[in-house]
Design a protein around this ligand. Structure first.
Ligand code: DOR
Ligand code: ZN
Length: 346
């Protein structure tokens, strides 16, 4: 049995760091294990312009504790008023690695997102020209579409038409949750990738609802049926370069989760690598964890993989990860994977 596993240092290709007190509290949880992360721009107000992304990057770097290294890979929040020239300049300067598309109303702080896709056509065409990636929150928001169907419908009604209308546009399907998402990503040979979160490899929709409502398992896109979780596991552990880790670690303080209308988001930064080792071991795929967490993402974004390594060690006793991370705004609960995690990361 494998007891230690050395990997190139991983990156997180989809991360929410927030701002202020929560940023201060959660940044070390990611920087401890990950070298880089694609930073989501859904702050209030959102990070729309290159200047706002530069200022946010500076706030992130100022929050990094002494002695830790971390490289935030910044993104811009796509609105119907986004200026293609500003996007080009932010890309050319090396500041911005992707633009994030939120359909308006799809999730947390998405009100400034896109309603009419024709209005963002000039930006998408510019992005295709300059080779800048579009990261997509893939859910329709129509009230008549069941929440469990919103990803599959988005692929047919929005993603596929947008991709066909914009040849050369590089797209990452963020946090896929369905077998339809897996199949669509597999149907394209290049220029299309998909991130998969840690928690969607662990929970299905029953975990959220059976035996009582569990707000810390609620996120968007919401976890689906077991057959979909199994499809995600097969994709993540396959080694297929189109699939890579984007944790979508999304901290909300407990007061905003454990309430009548709780926020969406699972906070997994603290124990993601330990949980992933458990999942990949269950799937007899520990030798493919490095591809998923450390190699496929950099290859998609045309960046070099990290040169240093982390070592995962399997202990006889479960590792004691903190249950909560304290912030000056209140505690943030760490995702509880439903099983004891025996893998520790150094
Ligand atoms: O669960 C989620 N939380 N999904 C998202 O798309 C946004 C995120 C957040 O910002 O909290
Ligand atoms: Zn997200």
């Amino acid at each position: 049995m494998t007891n230690t596993l050395t990997l190139r240092r991983p990156d997180d290709w989809h991360l929410h760091l927030r701002d202020g007190a929560v940023l201060q509290a959660v940044l070390p949880e990611t920087a401890r294990h990950f070298a880089r992360a694609i930073i989501m721009p859904n702050l209030v107000p959102p990070v729309v312009t290159g200047a706002q992304a530069a200022a946010y990057r500076d706030r992130i770097m100022a929050a990094l504790p002494d002695g830790m290294t971390f490289e935030p890979l910044m993104t811009l929040y796509l609105t119907e008023d986004t200026d293609p020239d500003d996007v080009s300049a932010a890309h050319a300067s090396g500041l911005v690695k992707a633009v994030k598309l939120y359909p308006a109303g799809a999730t947390t702080n998405s009100a400034s997102g896109v309603r009419d896709f024709d209005k963002v056509r000039p930006v998408l065409e510019r992005m295709a020209e300059i080779g800048l990636t579009l990261c997509v929150h893939g859910e329709v928001t129509d009230a008549d579409i069941d929440i469990f169907d919103r990803e599959a419908v988005f692929i047919d009604r929005v993603l596929d038409p947008v991709r066909r209308a914009t040849p050369g546009l590089r797209v990452v399907m963020e946090h896929i949750t369905t077998s339809q998402g897996v199949e669509y990503a597999k149907s394209v040979d290049s220029g299309l990738g998909a991130t998969i979160t840690t928690h969607h490899l662990v929970i299905n929709r029953n975990h959220i609802l059976v035996g009582g409502i569990r707000p810390h398992y609620y996120c968007l896109p919401v976890a689906k049926r077991e057959e979909h979780r199994l499809a995600l596991r097969a994709a993540a552990t396959s080694g297929d370069a189109r699939f890579f880790l984007g944790t979508d670690s999304a901290p909300h303080v407990d007061a905003l989760k454990e309430t009548g209308c709780g926020c969406a988001g699972c906070f997994t930064a603290t124990n993601t690598m330990g949980i992933l080792a458990h999942v990949f071991e269950e799937e007899n795929a520990l030798d493919r964890l490095e591809a998923f967490a450390s190699l496929n993402g950099p290859a998609f974004y045309d960046l070099p993989p990290n040169t240093d390594v982390i070592t995962l060690t399997k202990n006889d006793h479960p590792v004691v990860y903190p249950e909560k991370i304290d912030s000056d705004d209140g505690p943030v609960t760490v995702f509880d994977p439903t099983f004891p995690v025996h893998w520790d990361v150094r």
